[in-house]
Design a protein around this ligand. Structure first.
Ligand code: HEC
Ligand code: HEC
Ligand code: HEC
Ligand code: HEC
Length: 171
């Protein structure tokens, strides 16, 4: 019995050892690796209202609140930037794709087409989701809005906060 307990504890510590660092470092990179990031300017072309109101939030400018050293520190960058594009351009701040998933594929005019979407909203949305679009829920926020590794943690209430990310009129 004692031996069994010891084995279980050992196995659990091993799991924790491998799982923890990966979780902390990759918070912002959790978007599906199969899709590439494109950056908020590409989304702006078609979603001006969301872009404008997002620009006024702390997400858009949070990179500027890190010092030059902190901007190189992997302990900080994970939650204060979005990722890098296929051309290796760093996307700083919490941009659209930090919440909606890397957009190279779903932003395609074949999928996010006004005409096609109007004709078949459910069908087009399905295609977008299959191409990596995320309609974020609480679990997508708490990758970053967590105590773990976040020296400025504030309590996070999803319902209220979600209204503040880009409070644009929907259409
Ligand atoms: C070529 C224009 C275009 C581009 C570029 C584009 N979108 Fe879209 N997107 C649309 C259209 C059109 C729709 C259909 C709904 C609508 O008319 O707003 C849509 C739908 C969406 C939806 C779902 C809305 C809903 O009603 O369910 C999200 C979320 C979204 N886009 C996010 C993004 C993000 C993030 C990017 C950048 C990575 C992006 N889009 C790039 C045109 C575009
Ligand atoms: C796990 C994600 C995460 C990591 C890692 C992280 N932060 Fe943050 N940071 C946040 C979030 C989320 C906020 C907003 C506060 C909140 O709601 O918790 C924030 C807010 C901030 C702010 C603004 C504080 C304010 O009160 O306006 C600064 C500055 C900051 N972080 C610096 C850092 C530095 C420096 C590091 C590295 C030592 C770091 N962060 C690591 C998630 C993170
Ligand atoms: C901090 C996370 C976050 C960021 C950053 C973000 N969004 Fe959203 N977005 C959301 C949430 C949450 C919803 C509502 C999802 C739902 O209704 O299920 C949403 C909804 C949308 C919709 C659907 C229509 C609407 O306005 O409700 C579009 C289009 C959209 N976002 C585009 C964008 C674009 C473009 C950007 C960047 C300029 C962006 N989002 C940045 C979280 C985010
Ligand atoms: C990639 C990490 C990341 C993700 C994902 C994320 N946030 Fe944040 N959030 C931050 C950081 C960092 C800040 C601090 C911004 C600053 O410097 O003021 C923040 C700040 C905020 C604020 C305060 C904004 C302001 O203008 O002061 C709200 C509200 C918020 N987040 C809501 C959300 C919601 C809702 C989601 C999920 C739909 C979400 N966040 C997803 C990192 C993230």
């Amino acid at each position: 019995m004692k031996k069994l307990t010891l084995t279980v504890i050992l196995m659990m510590s091993l799991v924790a050892l491998f799982a923890l660092p990966a979780f902390a470092a990759d918070a912002a990179d959790a978007a599906d690796d199969a899709h590439a990031f494109v950056g908020a300017k590409k989304c702006k072309t078609c979603h001006k209202a969301q872009f404008t109101s997002w620009s006024e939030t702390g997400h858009a400018t949070t990179w500027d609140r890190l010092s030059a050293e902190e901007q190189k520190d992997p302990k900080c960058t994970g939650c204060h930037m979005t990722g890098t594009t296929a051309k290796d351009v760093a996307l700083t701040g919490v941009q659209c794709e930090a919440c909606h998933g890397a957009g190279a594929d779903y932003k395609s005019a074949k999928i996010m087409s006004k005409k096609k979407w109007k004709a078949d909203p459910e069908g087009q949305k399905k295609l977008a989701l299959a191409a990596g679009l995320i309609m974020p829920t609480e679990k997508d926020c708490v990758k970053c809005h967590t105590k773990e590794g976040n020296p400025n943690f504030k309590e996070f209430k999803f319902e209220e906060s979600a209204k503040l990310v880009h409070p644009a009129p929907t259409k």
